[in-house]
Write a protein that binds this ligand. Structure first.
Ligand SMILES: *[C@@H]1O[C@H](CO)[C@@H](O)[C@H](O)[C@H]1NC(C)=O
Ligand SMILES: *[C@@H]1O[C@H](CO)[C@@H](O)[C@H](O)[C@H]1NC(C)=O
Ligand SMILES: *[C@@H]1O[C@H](CO)[C@@H](O)[C@H](O)[C@H]1NC(C)=O
Length: 451
């Protein structure tokens, strides 16, 4: 969904990606459809000094940017635009492309991935689609000829590659492209140990009655009847849809990476879900979920290199929501913080950005289960909170909050942790009417409630 206008109605329900690498990163897309962005060197300095982001994805291979990120420790994903993909099927052209665009900057600039094309299926250009894997192979070969083995070649896909998901386990690639395109592509990924890259956007195609599911808020979950697995967020739901499609072709061992995902923080009146609260919830909980390393129901413990969309708000994008995907404004002030800003002691000086709404009152408050809440509902709260990657070890066997071993006690601990991690806003203790905010500290003995 990057540099083109999406006909949303045409998109199926989702998209996404993953990787089993233990050193997965959270990075950000550096989209530049704007006329007010800071120079690349300032961006590189800002990212290294003020944020914990360790990778940046480009929509081009701009030499100024490659130069700016030299010796920063931040890795890059560079992109070969769709218009240049077909000519690079030629091996001499690919060698020349590598010689011009990569060799002068490698290895002082760390290049993690070369993305060949962008959402080629979404383009609808059959000749482009038919040549993409060939071009990837040609670039990969050109890298090997130059003795470069640490740069992987991939291509990002919108989730339009899957028909609308009836359930995660039913995920499959569009007929006609499954064996012809995705089989050879996944074979290439397996052989070269590169990830299959997807762009899952719960923002596109979520069910309006299930917004909580889309933005990682408390919800009743969605059951996949075929597997018996329950999903509490749409990101996992989409990722497992992709995984199922890969598995159907016999490639469930191939890593998945997320090329783009995000949520707009503002929209016009026709885009009511594009709000600051929703963007904070989606991106903030996504970061926690990814950092937890839990993976998804079908991919336990798998981690995914993930690029949030986007670094900056982009003022030349067409719609209000498209202009407002950024974590930062062009002056480097934060639109909101999702846990990617260094604390002042880590950074050089205080983050200059005013950060989004945080609770103003300093009185200590906790969130606990209401007396009249049923165990059934509380179990749901417990499952949900722990599925987000919030630390539930204290309530597990051997932890200081395991006793009393009751659903009510464990749920209260988890609900309080959720409430605090989300900034103690009253609605984060709502839990469908089963939570209540209290100013009396529920901690006991060695069991310390998050405060
Ligand atoms: C690549 O490495 C091989 C073996 O070390 C060497 O013979 C060859 O000249 C190198 N090629 C390039 C382009 O550096
Ligand atoms: C949206 O979710 C509701 C509640 O689960 C369900 O009844 C409805 O069929 C869903 N709509 C679509 C389009 O999936
Ligand atoms: C995932 O990790 C946990 C904790 O290390 C471990 O107990 C569990 O067996 C792992 N599950 C799988 C499927 O690898």
């Amino acid at each position: 969904m990057t540099n083109h206008i999406l006909p949303f109605h045409f998109l199926p329900f989702f998209s996404l990606l993953l990787s089993t690498a233990t050193s997965s990163f959270i990075g950000v897309n550096f989209g530049r459809v704007a006329d007010n962005l800071p120079p690349p060197s300032a961006v590189a300095h800002f990212l290294t000094s003020q944020t914990t982001l360790t990778s940046v994805k480009l929509f081009d291979c701009d030499p100024q940017i490659l130069q700016a990120f030299a010796n920063t420790g931040i890795s890059l994903t560079v992109n070969i635009p769709n218009a240049n993909v077909i000519p690079l099927t030629d091996s001499a052209a690919a060698q020349s492309w590598v010689a011009t665009n990569i060799l002068p900057y490698h290895p002082q600039t760390i290049i993690r991935y070369i993305a060949v094309g962008n959402e080629v299926h979404f383009s609808g250009d059959k000749t482009l689609i038919a040549n993409t894997v060939k071009s990837m192979k040609s670039i990969h070969q050109a890298l090997l000829s130059a003795n470069i083995t640490d740069i992987k070649v991939t291509t990002p896909h919108s989730l339009a590659i899957l028909p609308p998901l009836m359930s995660p386990s039913s995920g499959h690639f569009q007929k006609g492209y499954d064996h012809v395109f995705f089989g050879p592509l996944l074979e290439f990924h397996r052989r070269t140990k590169s990830p299959f890259m997807v762009n899952p956007y719960p923002y596109f195609g979520f069910n309006a009655s299930m917004i909580e599911f889309a933005i990682f808020k408390k919800n009743d979950g969605v059951l996949d009847k075929a597997t018996g697995l329950k999903y509490y967020n749409m990101f996992d739901y989409l990722m497992d849809g992709v995984y199922s499609a890969m598995k159907r072709l016999g490639y469930d061992d191939v890593d998945i990476a997320v090329g783009e995902t995000g949520w707009p923080s503002a929209g016009d009146p026709t885009e009511p879900a594009a709000t600051l609260d929703n963007a904070i919830s989606y991106n903030g909980n996504l970061v926690k979920h990814l950092n937890s390393g839990k993976g998804t129901p079908l991919m336990p413990n798998r981690t995914f290199d993930t690029y949030i969309f986007a670094l900056f708000n982009e003022n030349l994008k067409p719609s209000t929501s498209e202009k407002n995907y950024g974590l930062f404004r062009p002056d480097f002030s934060a639109v909101y913080d999702v846990g990617v800003l260094k604390s002042p002691s880590q950074g050089k000086g205080p983050a200059k950005a005013p950060v989004a709404p945080s609770p103003s009152d300093s009185d200590q408050k906790w969130c606990v289960a209401k007396a009249e809440a049923t165990d059934d509902k509380l179990q749901g709260n417990l499952d949900y909170v722990c599925s987000l990657g919030i630390d539930c070890k204290p309530i597990q066997d051997g932890g200081p909050c395991f006793d009393p071993n009751t659903v009510r006690s464990h749920a209260s601990y988890a609900m309080n942790a959720y409430y605090h991690i989300n900034g103690q806003q009253d609605y984060d203790c709502y839990f469908d009417g089963t939570g209540v905010v209290t100013d009396s500290n529920p901690s006991y003995e060695a069991c310390e409630y998050v405060a």
